[in-house]
Design a protein around this ligand. Structure first.
Ligand code: UGA
Length: 449
């Protein structure tokens, strides 16, 4: 199928590359011309495992194109995926202005009738507005558009595999023809008939065929917000539980491991620590609270989720003050800057929130992250960046482990111990083994253990 993808951010790039990989003819476009130039030069504006291989292969084989002119991309396609950003406004609402501009562009430059699919995360009823906008903007041409919702559930760091091996593909449609077209697009994934990039071409046995869920457009939009909000709720529950464990002499990892064995609860998203960040969970929880308010519902449960999450940084600072007494003038090493491992994304990163607090108290920071240094250098030049984890911890009065990169587990901790001014670790991700660290001589603090 001939597909255009508007927006070359995380969702757009993964969608474009993966749809090309499963056999479609895909044109990706973005109103940020510099992104298109980077992509056309064979480089990537983001770090994401497997994405470089997919883009290189599909561009070379002629199925994937990056076009600076959005009209050209849309005109040559039957189906348009909208993957533009919906960032939070000051009041917490999702900013839908990019969707509106895209609707105008499709209606005026698109050339003919198409199926327009929302992939960006949007509040319920956006599809209705999008349909109305498309019909208003195409008033003169009289072209008609159909609108569908197809929310994306991929996670940064595992995005390619999440796209190709989803648990479910949710489509929200108004008519049978849209459902048929969407099924056709995803058929290779439903049949697991494609070259899986991570497993030497074969799909891993443990990932069964996804479930194809067909709903109304409103329900599909709500499914996405509800999913992210529930994940956030689980994390905040685990974090509040960690605080309880700490007061009561229990170990939160032991507790969540056993609680998660109940299939009604499940083991995932119960890792306590510095809380959730990134460009999705925090903004989606906020937008869902605002959406609830707009329809007269006080979603206190989600407000509490947000509040527990905000407190995580304060709790970290309290631990640091307790251990170090005065923070001003202390050398703090921060390991990890990305909002989670395997990504270079620092948007709403709890690690950076913590760094800002330390800086505000006059601490001297030296940080290291395997992927997120370049982006941090631009955003927070006050942090001195080290070339390795060992260089970051040299002469440090404390080490704060803020993102659980695998690389940190494999560090030579004896060496770390010998180069630090004071062997103090605050493990904000409950990543290291407390007994092991203490046996090496470290003063070791974590959350709820
Ligand atoms: C999230 C969802 O997990 C995806 O399903 C969704 O498609 C995506 O948002 C989106 O809306 O686009 P992502 O933002 O990539 O994906 O990151 P997550 O893996 O969900 O992690 C979010 C944050 O929660 C991270 O800061 C992570 O460190 C934290 N986290 C996660 C915890 O603190 N504890 C956990 O147990 C799990």
């Amino acid at each position: 199928m001939r597909i255009s993808v508007i927006g070359c951010g995380y969702v757009g790039l993964i969608t474009g590359a993966c749809l090309a990989e499963i056999g479609h003819e895909v044109s990706c476009t973005d109103n940020d011309d510099s992104k298109i130039q980077i992509l056309r030069a064979g480089k990537l504006p983001i770090y994401e495992p497997h994405l470089d291989t997919l883009i290189e292969k599909n561009t070379r084989e002629g199925r994937l194109h990056f076009l600076a002119n959005p009209g050209e991309a849309v005109r040559g396609s039957d189906v348009v995926f909208i993957c533009v950003g919906t960032p939070p406004l000051e009041n917490g609402d999702a900013d839908l202005s990019a969707i509106d501009s895209v609707a105008r562009m499709i209606a005026t430059e698109g050339g003919g009738p198409k199926l327009v699919i929302e992939k960006s995360t949007v509040p319920a009823q956006t599809g209705q507005e999008l349909k109305r906008a498309l019909s208003v903007y195409s008033r003169k041409s009289g072209i008609t558009f159909r609108v569908a919702s197809n929310p994306e559930f991929l996670r940064e760091g595992t995005a390619v595999m999440d796209f190709l091996h989803p648990d479910r593909i949710v489509i929200g449609v108004d008519d049978d023809s849209a459902a048929k077209q969407l099924r056709e697009i995803y058929q290779p994934i439903l049949d697991r008939k494609f070259n899986c990039p991570a497993h030497a071409g074969k799909c891993p046995a443990e990932s069964p065929a996804p479930i194809f869920v067909t709903t109304t457009v409103n329900s599909a939009e709500l499914i996405k917000h509800a999913s992210n909000s529930f994940l956030a709720l689980k994390i905040s529950f685990a974090n509040a539980l960690a605080d309880m464990c700490e007061q009561l002499g229990a170990d939160v990892q032991e507790v969540t491991a056993a609680v998660g064995m109940d299939p009604r609860i499940g083991p995932d998203f119960l890792r306590a620590g510095l809380g959730f960040g990134g460009f999705c969970l925090p903004k989606d929880v906020q937008a869902f609270i605002r959406l609830a308010e707009r329809v007269g519902i006080d979603f206190t449960l989600l407000k509490a989720t947000e509040q527990v999450n905000k407190q995580r940084i304060d709790i970290l600072m309290e631990k640091a003050r307790k251990a170090l007494w005065v923070l001003k003038g202390k050398n703090i090493a921060i390991l990890g800057l990305a909002f989670k491992p395997n990504t270079d994304d620092i948007r709403f990163s709890p690690a950076l929130d913590a760094a800002r607090k330390f800086l505000a108290e006059g601490a001297i920071l030296r940080a290291y992250d395997p992927q997120a240094m370049e982006k941090t250098r631009k955003l927070l030049p006050q942090i001195s960046l080290a070339s390795s984890a060992y260089a970051a911890v040299e002469h440090a009065d404390a080490l704060v482990l803020a993102t659980e990169w695998d690389e940190f587990r494999k560090l030579d901790w004896k060496r770390v111990f010998s180069v630090m001014a004071r062997p103090l670790i605050i493990d904000a991700r409950n990543f290291l083994d407390p007994a092991e660290m203490r046996a090496l001589g470290f003063e070791y603090h974590s959350f709820g253990r």
